[in-house]
Design a binder for this molecule. Sequence first.
Ligand SMILES: Cc1cc2nc3c(=O)[nH]c(=O)nc-3n(C[C@H](O)[C@H](O)[C@H](O)COP(=O)(O)OP(=O)(O)OC[C@H]3O[C@@H](n4cnc5c(N)ncnc54)[C@H](O)[C@@H]3O)c2cc1C
Length: 376
Amino acid sequence: MAEFAYIIIGGGMAGASAGYELSAHGPVVVLERENQPGYHTTGRSAAVYSEAYGNATIRALTTGGRGFFMDPPAGFSDHPILTPRGAMFVGRDDQLTALDRTAEETSSLVKTIRRIDAAEVLATVPALRSDYVAGGVLEPDAMDIDVNGLHQGFLRGLAARGGSVVTNADVQAVERAGGLWRLTTSAGEFSAPILLNAAGAWCDKLAEMAGAKPIGLIPKRRTAITFDPPADTDISAWPAVVDVDEQFYFKPDADQLMGSPADETPSEPCDAQPGEIDIAIAVDRIEKATEFKIGRLNSRWAGLRSFVADKTPVIGYDAAVAGFFWVAGQGGYGIQTAPSLGRVVSSLVTDRGIPSDLQDLGVEQAAMDPARCQAA
Ligand SMILES: Cc1cc2nc3c(=O)[nH]c(=O)nc-3n(C[C@H](O)[C@H](O)[C@H](O)COP(=O)(O)OP(=O)(O)OC[C@H]3O[C@@H](n4cnc5c(N)ncnc54)[C@H](O)[C@@H]3O)c2cc1C
């Protein structure tokens, strides 16, 4: 049996970032069921970094990772992980209050965010309809994330520090005896005193195997499409355009546009597939807001964004099961928060508390404590 200090279940962004940081403290193995670690949610995201998105904890974690993203450690990546994009939240007449509230809440943390009028919205993305848009909020410093570059950077760094990733390793049984976890997988047996549950949509299933109380994690399906922009339209400088009540979004994706109906349909953990109705809703909502006539789709996919009730990640040791650590509930923010969450996980696993720079931004251990989700 292979022995380690830490076993991490799940090789997506959560497991990779945690493994990267934790491998500085002892031998780590990441166990991944699929033959590629980014196969599930990590490989299906919209790749946006927005400091205005999500609740206060998410926004603090996102801002706290900006330094890492902009200036990663030597050798992490040979090209920038973030590239300028910008984000523009837009609304109709009946959404003006939501725009004001978004501007007020987010500009306190990010000084460059500002409320803009309909004329500026239309000047920024002329394809939006003048009889639809009543105003916007501009986040000029939102970025595109090279998700694969970030993920591979974590996995390479983990390997360079002596950690390993085992793919095609489906964890099938989990037992604890004599202070050690012993895992049976399709790639052999592994043991360690500390087990990290970074299994994405499957986190509650893994917890059940380990005898831990579930956290009420709900995987929610989100659909994405890509399509060509209107002929002779230069989309390269457009920001991501997001309905202020998150009813749809679209953004340039190389020379095409990626769009979503921003659906959140509860699902069992699975290999999520896009539904025809959600695709039709995406096309309808985007066409209503713009001059686009969306014909043929270039691609379509869906992924699971997994949330607990308060939409804050669940990070910490289980109160009732020794050596069982949760890395769950990253929802729709698991890429942009990954540098910070990797550090938080490593620091809490090794009993050092939340890193002080993240505390200064308002990240609190209590807000992420698994016990808050296990009370019922
Ligand atoms: C359409 C869409 C758009 C998104 N846009 C953004 C965005 O713009 N910005 C952002 O920050 N986030 C975004 N997200 C969210 C982000 O993608 C997720 O928060 C993040 O990828 C979650 O990573 P994860 O590692 O927890 O999950 P996953 O990538 O799903 O990894 C979990 C892994 O655990 C493995 N596993 C499960 N059970 C077992 C087992 N028994 N044995 C072994 N392995 C197991 C799975 O195979 C899987 O690979 C988006 C998501 C979607 C779907």
